[in-house]
Write a protein that binds this ligand. Structure first.
Ligand SMILES: [Zn+2]
Length: 321
């Protein structure tokens, strides 16, 4: 079935080859239609008819073919990619994990970005950052990432803010028509920034992805928060308050940990890729992201450890929605 024979011709060939099959034309034709409905056989020119802007569609052809294997029709593929193309994404923190997330989302077809990070690049970023290299030391990270994204596709639009997310940040002014928020900022503490972003996201009915930013963040698969579907950041706080009630913090044996955190680029990229897969899943169908879950990749044996978090029925932020 390569588009070189019509259905009547296929039926005739079937009759000749399998005369004693006991199947009539109607049954065979019904089966062909069934395969077509299930997207197992597809029209030969489905790719040309997707209707996305030409250079964009050419750049993303590998992804579009893969999506075609996952969903049920070319129209569905086009719809998913159009939503990705139009959605503005805000990324807080564009360092080791956030920088790779920016890169992968751009490669996935996101065209509109808001980048927020107060830091400048350092010499050590060359070992693990998606865009910073030895020639770009001491420059604002948001500028380095913005330029890198435009090298992937000159049509990508970026608003870059070299500022920190803090308690006074006016998110409504900063985020405007943003449709997806990513938090990969490790300063101030990721728990605080996630709660602030999650509360805004629940109010505005936006998805927010928490990625990286923990002490041992380099290979963690953070959670995607979908308002009214998954736990919100406050639900996670309440969950840990209960589950860690008997836990006593232990002092870290090293007292001066200034510049003490190490990292491998490979681990940052695992974290970023896991985060971007969640984003893709959400854009295929928001209902696919229905559970609260955190996972750690364990480098010693390539296994993962995860646990699930459920919505807090009494959560002050999301329970009445
Ligand atoms: Zn909640």
């Amino acid at each position: 079935m390569r588009g070189r024979k019509t259905v009547p011709e296929i039926l005739r060939l079937f009759r000749e080859a399998y005369a004693d099959s006991g199947l009539g034309d109607e049954e065979v034709e019904g089966f062909i239609r069934y395969l077509h409905t299930k997207n197992i056989i597809v029209d030969e020119d489905w790719f040309e008819r997707l209707g996305l802007p030409t250079p964009y569609q050419e750049r993303l052809q590998r992804q579009l073919h893969f999506l075609m294997d996952l969903v049920d029709s070319p129209a569905h593929v086009a719809g998913i990619q159009q939503r990705i193309m139009r959605t503005k994404v805000a990324i807080f923190g564009v360092g080791a994990v956030g920088g790779w997330i920016a890169r992968e989302l751009a490669m996935m077809g996101f065209q509109r970005f808001v980048l927020v990070d107060p830091d400048n690049t350092e010499a050590s970023d060359a070992a693990r950052h998606a865009f910073a290299n030895g020639l770009r030391i001491g420059e604002p990270k948001v500028g380095v990432v913005a330029e890198g994204l435009r090298e992937i596709d000159p049509a990508i639009e970026v608003s870059a803010y070299p500022i920190a997310l803090n308690i006074d940040t006016r998110l409504d002014e900063l985020l405007g028509d943003v449709g997806l928020i990513v938090n990969a900022a490790d300063e101030p503490y990721i728990g605080y920034t996630s709660v602030k972003l999650s509360r805004y996201a629940v109010r505005s009915n936006l998805p927010v992805l928490i990625a990286g930013g923990f002490d041992a963040h380099l290979a963690s698969f953070g959670e995607m928060i979908v308002p009214c579907q998954t736990p919100c950041a406050d639900c996670y706080v309440n969950y840990f308050r209960e589950s860690l009630a008997d836990w006593k913090p232990v002092h870290h044996p090293v007292t001066n940990r200034d510049k003490g955190f190490g990292g491998w680029s490979a681990l940052s990229v695992i974290s970023a890729s896991a985060a971007c897969l969640q984003v893709l899943k959400y854009f295929i169908d928001p209902k696919l992201v229905s559970r609260g879950r955190r996972t750690e990749f364990l480098a010693q044996d390539y296994s993962t450890y995860s646990f699930e978090v459920t919505r807090d029925l009494h959560c002050k932020v999301c329970s009445d929605r």
